[in-house]
Design a protein around this ligand. Structure first.
Ligand code: 3HC
Ligand code: NAI
Length: 694
């Protein structure tokens, strides 16, 4: 079948003739990113096709796990190497022979732009197509914002570009982005397709199409409606609006002007701080999966069945992750009532997802069908991994782990979901501390992406590795933490909480503190978060012992949203308003403690609540409780909603300048006459003009 084979040893692009079709193949692992060598190879291959009279059509395909997954992000910020991607896409579109993109895996970003440059696109049904540039703080910069609306329709392009969410091949077929779905061997079918279209002229060029624009011209309001519908999601981000504007230009201006506008917007974003932060975060997330210092021969253990102890708030949510990934779960409780309540909540959550169209009823039945609820502890004996999610009390946890030790099979991983407790102490209540690890999920556990994997002093390397690999399987982003009070995330919350509460006594209101955090980009402030999670979490439960504002609120039943009152009052729609009762409690405490009340500037709130977090992060690093600064950023973005356009607390500190952080903290120390306890690492780095993350 092959009559020409040409693969210069240095190029990731090779060409191969099959009859009169030239097959152009990229082999640039792991994701066929469009690096300079790939771009050069593609242009050369198109020139070859143009020059060779025997070639009647071209197929562009990729080896390995995926079609081109986009521009090579590691090249961003470096001097550009020709040809630019827009030139490559234009070269493909201007080829005198029909070019067919053969898509498998993911055609993303620049990869989709290459496919849009092709005259036809065929794809396997499980492939995905998307423009995720917005997640890197960018927009498709190789003509994508102008070609996509012309091929897939304006509305679809708007959604894809502004949200970055990829669509399935089926959806792509339905909207006209894919011309044919291929069952079976992709490349040979793509060659067959190329044979079918090789004589069709004129060549269908995405940039010259108008039909999909015409249908949208009657509805110019779609852009503002889209902005309004997504206002909450896009708050604070620059890139979504730039994407919307670029797609709108496609509708309003000819292609030749549209691409100039696209380039201008792309360059503006690329030189901005948000894009830098978001691109940093892309690699931070991937780095987090790597564990330092593991023996090379360590292999993850098999996990075919999972046990859950406790079907409360966390246990049920954690179980759902495994069920959704097709892993059977046995869940145990202390009473039938608690078991029924817990499994009932799980079912309700699944049904709510089905009602929103995210799952089919068959998927719900399948997931729930893999759940075995029981009151019999021995039911856990055949589980490969058992996760404890009972009350946060050391004695109860030790008792549970002691019992587990007696029944769990050899090699089973014994995990605790504790938020604060000492994993080593828990592990010591078993005869196999090497099998014990912390798996700290975040609430709601079926939704939140973060998983802190807590490495005990004796945790075996293969146990750690298993925890990381199972995290990927259940679609969590895992970060390794060391054993310390609150691990990475909750530990950094503590100085923030102390300062936030003290600020109330000094004259700030819960509303002011929360507003400063929301304006910074957090989804909510410390007091909104307390009201949501429960003001009573960790409360000593003695209403007569009132030592601080929180005790006072708990004593009068102001436990947060669940009681209709906390730091705020709530109406029946859970809308908050400032509470005069709380204000009085705060003022009484301030008077009793002799705290002078004053106007608090917003900047002081930033310095006392956010700079102190950075200082705590530095201590965590100093003590080796996080592997690297970027891991801390991953915890805060995925666990607490730190705005990704600020990179995470450590990246943000670097952007502020570590000297600025140290000076701010010293200024506040002086004002308060108290000692924050500086991390030496922070002082040293500030003094040397260094950064944490760059
Ligand atoms: N450039 C450079 N490296 C990339 C890359 C890219 N576009 N995409 C992924 N990689 C690297 C990762 O850093 C990782 O490296 P590592 O092994 O050293 O950590 C490796 O490829 C594998 O990546 P994942 O761990 O993410 O692999 P998965 O199989 O889980 O996911 C993927 C594959 C869905 C392709 C995912 O990697 C992804 O989403 N990549 C980014 C896609 C993207 O954002 N494309 C747009 C780029 S911007 C652009 O195209 C601009 C243009 O419009 C001009
Ligand atoms: P919860 O009170 O909602 O659930 C605990 C459940 O464990 C109860 O249903 C209880 O009946 C059951 N239980 C108690 N002892 C048991 C035993 N011996 N055997 C079997 N079941 C038993 O508590 P929640 O919130 O789910 O917390 C569980 C753990 O998760 C705690 O360690 C907590 O610190 C941690 N955690 C909680 C988070 C949250 O936001 N709620 C977040 C992250 C971790």
């Amino acid at each position: 079948m092959t009559d020409v084979l040409d693969r210069p040893s240095t190029s990731p692009i090779s060409t191969q003739r099959h009859g009169d079709v030239l097959i152009v193949t990229s082999n640039n692992p792991p994701v066929n990113a469009l690096s300079a060598a790939v771009r050069q190879g593609l242009v050369a291959a198109i020139e070859q096709a143009d020059a060779d009279d025997a070639v009647k059509a071209v197929v562009i395909a990729c080896e390995g796990q995926t079609f081109f997954a986009g521009a090579d992000i590691t090249e961003f910020g470096k001097p550009p190497v020709m040809p630019w991607l827009p030139m490559v896409v234009d070269a493909i579109e201007n080829c005198s022979k029909p070019v067919v993109a053969a898509i498998h895996g993911t055609a993303l970003g620049g990869g989709l732009e290459v496919a849009l440059g092709c005259h036809y696109r065929v794809a396997v049904p499980d492939s995905k197509l998307g423009t995720p540039e917005v997640k890197l703080g960018l927009l498709p910069g190789a003509g994508g914002t102008q070609r996509l609306p012309r091929v897939a329709g304006v509305k679809k392009a708007l959604e894809m570009c502004a949200t970055g969410t990829p669509i399935s091949a089926r959806e792509a077929f339905d909207c006209g982005l894919v011309d044919r779905l291929i069952e079976g061997e992709l490349v040979s079918h793509a060659v067959g397709y190329a044979e079918e279209v090789k004589d069709v002229r004129p060549l269908p060029k995405s940039s010259q199409r108008d039909d999909r624009l015409v249908e949208a011209r009657g509805q110019p309001e779609i852009f503002d409606e889209f902005r309004k519908a997504n206002a909450k999601k896009f708050r604070g981000f620059e890139a979504p609006d730039a994407n919307i504007r670029a797609v709108q230009v496609a509708l309003e201006k000819p292609y030749s002007e549209g691409v100039i506008e696209e380039r201008k917007l792309f360059m503006e974003l690329m030189s901005g701080t948000q894009a830098r932060a978001q691109q940093y975060f892309f690699f931070a997330e991937r780095k987090a999966a790597k564990i330092e210092g593991l023996p090379e021969d360590a292999r993850p253990r098999d996990v075919h069945k999972v046990g859950l102890i406790g079907a409360g708030t966390m246990g049920g949510g954690i179980a759902m992750n495994f069920l959704s990934a097709g892993i059977p779960v046995t869940i145990i409780e202390t009473s039938q009532e608690a078991l029924d309540r817990g499994t009932g909540v799980m079912r309700k959550n699944y049904e709510a997802s089905a009602a929103r169209g995210k799952l089919t009823t068959e998927q719900v039945s399948k997931a729930m069908g893999m759940l075995t609820p029981t009151l019999d502890f021995a039911g856990l004996a055949d589980c490969d991994m058992i996760i404890e999610a009972v009350f946060e009390e050391m004695e109860i946890k030790k008792d549970v782990f002691g019992r587990l030790d007696r029944i769990a099979k050899p090699g089973a991983i014994l995990a605790s979901n504790t938020s604060y407790l000492d994993i080593d102490e828990i592990a010591a209540s078993t005869s196999r501390p090497e099998d014990v690890v912390g798996l700290h999920f975040f609430s709601p556990a079926n939704i939140m992406k973060l998983l802190e994997v807590v490495r005990g002093a004796k945790t075996a390397p293969d146990v750690l590795l298993t925890a990381m690999s199972i995290a990927k399987k259940i679609r969590k982003v895992a970060v390794v933490a060391g054993v310390c009070h609150g691990f990475i995330g909750n530990r950094m919350l503590m100085p923030r909480q102390v300062q936030a509460t003290q600020l109330l006594l000094e004259g700030a209101s819960p509303k002011q503190v929360d507003r400063v955090h929301v304006e910074f980009g957090m989804p909510m402030g410390p007091f909104q978060m307390a009201d949501l999670a429960g003001v009573d979490i960790g409360w000593h439960r003695d209403p007569n012992r009132v030592e601080n504002v929180r005790d006072a609120l708990c004593a009068i039943d102001r436990w947060g949203q669940k009681k209709g009152a906390g730091f705020y009052d709530y109406d029946d729609k859970r809308r908050p308003s400032p509470s005069p009762v709380v204000q009085q409690i705060i003022e009484d405490f301030a008077a009793r403690q002799g705290v002078e009340r004053r106007e608090i500037p917003d900047q002081e709130i930033v310095e006392r609540t956010l700079y102190t977090m950075v200082n705590e992060g530095a201590k965590i690093l100093e003590e080796g409780m996080a592997q690297r600064p970027s891991d801390i950023d991953v915890v805060w973005v995925y666990g607490y909603g730190w705005p990704v356009y600020r990179g995470g607390p450590m990246f943000w500190a670097d952007s502020e300048g570590l000297n600025t952080i140290v000076e701010g903290l010293k200024r506040q120390e002086q004002r308060l006459g108290s000692d924050f306890g500086f991390a030496q690492l922070l002082l040293d780095k500030a003094e040397r003009g260094e950064k944490f993350t760059r």
